[in-house]
Write a new protein. Sequence first.
Length: 151
Amino acid sequence: MESMSDTVLNDDHFCFVCGSRNPDGLRIQFEYPARGQCRAVFTPPRKFQGWHGILHGGIISTLLDEAFAHAAGGAERGVEGFGAVTAEMSVRFKKPVRIGQPAFLEGRVRAVKGRVIECESRLLDADGQELASAAGKLIMLKKKQAEGGSS
């Protein structure tokens, strides 16, 4: 049985959140304002609705999780050959994320302890009000270089 530590990550650019080759994905493009930080803007379409006019909590959790990975990627720039996967995550939903209104996603690394990367992320509305937040731990794993450019 394969353990996580034996897993090799391969970016085929089909990630549901950021993959450029996934026609059904969100195709979110992240920016990296500083090492260990990322940000992106996402305007949720109705197809990801939970209750009327409100983004589904599973999609919110997915966005917050993806911000962990991109922040961790920002933290390890220059450390070739490694990626990270989420080992644990806790999410706090504070206010509804409205369908059709831009939400601002931020992620940052809080600490790196060996192979464990502690991260936090949040979704904000246009006024800077926090809509949801998450804290989590990622595990650094070996990564194969992707073919065909960036994700």
